[in-house]
Design a protein around this ligand. Structure first.
Ligand SMILES: [Zn+2]
Ligand SMILES: [Zn+2]
Length: 327
């Protein structure tokens, strides 16, 4: 489905479906310029995404060989189809940190490190093993593609617009939003989503993920925004209100996590995650899809890491398992 969201500059949104995924669809944004077209993010490397995106681009008469593709971050729902664009002659832009992460993880070492960590945090082995089928892995691109690496505050001239790269680490270490100051248009990617909360997890290569994320929210809070274009679901104009409500959400979560550590001394993160409040439409933890348990544990760990950093709680290694208690 194509929607025109803005005129001068013209901005189109192609809804790329993400089957069997609670995110529902990925927003790919298209800005046709006089000579070249800017495309922001792609969808997974799977036929349903490829069909929707390529059909949409065809309808907009986009010549793939004259596309500048900006990948906001490494996640496969945003970068999955990059190889199709490269094969057709497009130029790819991406932040150097996420690009490097893809290269370093090409041998599977990043997933192996995460699996090892999740086992230490109490996730059962049989649950971990099923995650080889996780969509984030299954539909990821071949990471060996050429890219122009960008940095924070860099100004790109793409689709006849001066577009500022705003590095906002947290959701991933290299996530970038794009901002067009002249028109106050803000591509918020998965940094700010409006009707779901962006997933904040622990990373092999990034400490203090939640702390970093909260700082990155403040970094963009004062940007004047007339149109916010998120990576998933609907956009909005009330960026400040949304930032404040996401921050309140994490404060509430930190309180909840702390209370659970107090009432369940020596529990593992997996046990704590099972007792946190999740908006899964009334489903019990036992009935959660395993992929959701995977995200939930990551989210729980990012809050535990925050509490460890501020010295509220402590973690002990007991027989190879990390166990948490109040300090
Ligand atoms: Zn993401
Ligand atoms: Zn996403």
């Amino acid at each position: 489905m194509i929607q025109k969201l803005h005129e001068q500059p013209d901005i189109f949104q192609i809804q790329v479906p993400l089957p069997d995924n609670p995110l529902k669809y990925l927003n790919s944004y298209v800005l046709p310029g006089k000579e070249r077209t800017l495309v922001v993010d792609t969808g997974f490397k799977r036929p349903e995404c490829r069909n929707a995106l390529m059909t949409g681009l065809k309808e907009l008469a986009v010549d793939l060989s004259k596309v500048d593709l900006f990948l906001t971050h490494l996640h496969a729902d945003h970068s999955g189809l990059v190889n199709d664009f490269v094969a057709a002659g497009a130029t790819v832009y991406m932040h150097q940190i996420d690009y490097q992460y893809l290269q370093d993880g090409a041998d599977g070492s990043m997933w192996a490190a995460t699996e090892k960590r999740y086992a230490q945090e109490g996730m059962p082995g049989d649950v971990i093993r099923t995650q080889a089928a996780n969509q984030a892995r299954k539909f990821a691109p071949d990471p060996h593609f050429p890219a122009i690496l960008v940095q924070d505050r860099q100004i790109l001239h793409l689709a006849d617009q001066y577009i500022h790269v705003i590095h906002t680490p947290g959701h991933t270490k290299g996530l970038c939003c794009l901002y067009i100051p002249e028109h106050e248009i803000f591509f918020s990617s998965d940094h700010i989503l409006f009707d779901i909360t962006p997933n904040i997890t622990i990373w092999n290569n990034m400490q203090h993920a939640l702390h970093t994320y909260l700082e990155s929210l403040d970094k963009v809070r004062n940007f004047p925004v007339k149109l916010a274009l998120p990576g998933h679901r609907k956009g909005d104009t009330s960026v400040v209100e949304r930032i404040d409500s996401i921050k309140a959400h994490h404060r509430h979560r930190l309180t909840e996590t702390c209370q659970l550590v107090r009432t369940m001394p020596e529990a593992t993160a997996f046990e704590i995650a099972a007792h946190m409040t999740w908006s899964m439409r009334g489903k019990r933890w036992e009935d959660f899809p395993i992929t959701q348990k995977w995200f939930a544990l990551g989210e729980c760990l990012s809050h535990l890491e925050y509490l460890l950093d501020e010295g509220t709680i402590q973690c002990r290694d007991i027989d190879g398992l990390h166990r948490y208690r109040m300090r």
